[in-house]
Design a protein around this ligand. Structure first.
Ligand SMILES: [Zn+2]
Length: 225
């Protein structure tokens, strides 16, 4: 009877998660999971798989290190947009798998090992370095947005103002801020110069026709339809 139970237990062990030993410490139970680390530094791109099986403690430590490193050095290349989130999602999935495991214990049928499960490393979001990179990146994006803020582009809207550098050709017209000296105000934007029929003039830019209303004191507008 005892033999039967033992063999049943052993048989179950061989097919269940108890069959696996942690690749780091040799403890059990372990889960067959991998964690991913992405390094993306402009043109230097790496996507590393850290393969298990891992016990609960080693898996958590490996997952935290891989995720933290991905946050620190995996946000700086064009492909990071895809690879960094991919690493995060996979690591989260692996994290769930190892956290579902019981506390790791040495395999009973093996001679005692001097290996121990990895100590829990600091959680990802309690590491200062984890915050530096995203904060720096957010700052970069904010600065880039401000610098790139197309104030010049926003000027070519209805109600925007136009200044002619010369009165010879409308091609030298500039969209300017209305608090600067200007010659005309944009009344409508058309796809054909004929749409500006009745306006004081128009200026064409990138196949769009900006119908103009001359301001008092400006010279005669060119390109009058
Ligand atoms: Zn382990």
């Amino acid at each position: 009877m005892t033999e039967l139970i033992d063999s049943q237990l052993a048989g179950r062990g061989r097919t269940g998660p108890d069959r696996l030993d942690c690749v780091v410490c040799g403890h059990t139970p372990a889960a067959e999971v991998s964690f991913y680390r992405h390094v993306g530094l402009v043109v230097y791109v790496r996507f590393t798989r850290i393969q298990g099986p891992f016990c609960r403690d080693c898996g958590l430590a490996r997952m935290r290190d891989a995720t933290a490193e991905t946050i620190t050095s995996g946000l700086w290349s064009p492909v990071s947009v895809v690879l960094a989130p991919l690493a995060f999602v996979r690591n989260l999935r692996g994290r769930r798998a190892v956290l579902a495991l019981d506390e790791p214990v040495p395999r009973p049928d093996l001679p005692e090992s001097n290996l121990a499960p990895l100590p829990p490393t600091r959680p990802v979001f309690r590491r200062v370095k984890t915050w530096l990179a995203p904060v720096f990146l957010a700052g970069l994006i904010a600065v880039a947005t401000l610098v790139n803020d197309p104030s010049a582009e926003k000027l070519n809207v209805v109600g925007g103002c136009v200044k002619f550098d010369t009165f010879v050709t409308a091609d030298t017209a500039d969209f300017v801020r209305c608090d600067e000296k200007h010659d005309a105000v944009i009344t409508t934007i058309e796809t054909s110069w004929e749409g500006c029929d009745g306006a004081d003039g128009y200026v064409e830019n990138l196949y769009r026709y900006y119908c103009l209303d001359a301001v008092e004191g400006s010279g005669p507008l060119v390109n009058v339809p």
